[in-house]
Design a protein around this ligand. Structure first.
Ligand SMILES: [Zn+2]
Length: 125
């Protein structure tokens, strides 16, 4: 069975959606500069997204924040720091984590957006 060559924009769409490419398409990507360009960009984006998902908070960063909070707490009323430190710790460490995830996500979304607008221009203009 012989498949006719699929148009570049369909192949690039498959790459963008992360669909499995056929042998023919894979061969085409290797020989086509615009398709291999998209494939390389998607790979880069992929590793970026993976980084965001498996976000690695620099070790010691959360500890430093906690130490700082601890210092602030010890200056304050002893009652609240006796009863709330654990909750506060959980809350602040969560807040810091989500803040970092948020920054990463915004950056990732911007990257996805700029990549896709570029892709759409390639495909339809
Ligand atoms: Zn192509």
């Amino acid at each position: 069975m012989k498949n006719p060559q699929r148009p570049c924009h369909l192949i690039q769409e498959d790459i963008a959606w992360g669909r499995e490419l056929s042998q023919e398409d894979k061969k085409h990507v290797l020989s086509c500069s615009s398709c291999s360009d998209i494939a390389a960009q998607m790979e880069e984006l992929d590793s970026l997204v993976r980084k965001v998902i498996e976000l690695e908070i620099p070790s010691g960063f959360a500890d430093r924040v906690m130490t700082k909070i601890g210092e602030e707490e010890s200056k304050g009323e002893s009652f609240s720091s006796q009863w709330f430190p654990l909750l506060k710790r959980i809350f602040y460490s969560r807040a810091v984590q989500w803040m970092l995830v948020g920054i990463g996500t915004v950056f990732g979304l911007y990257k996805i957006f700029s990549l896709f607008s570029g892709l759409m221009l390639h495909a339809f203009v």
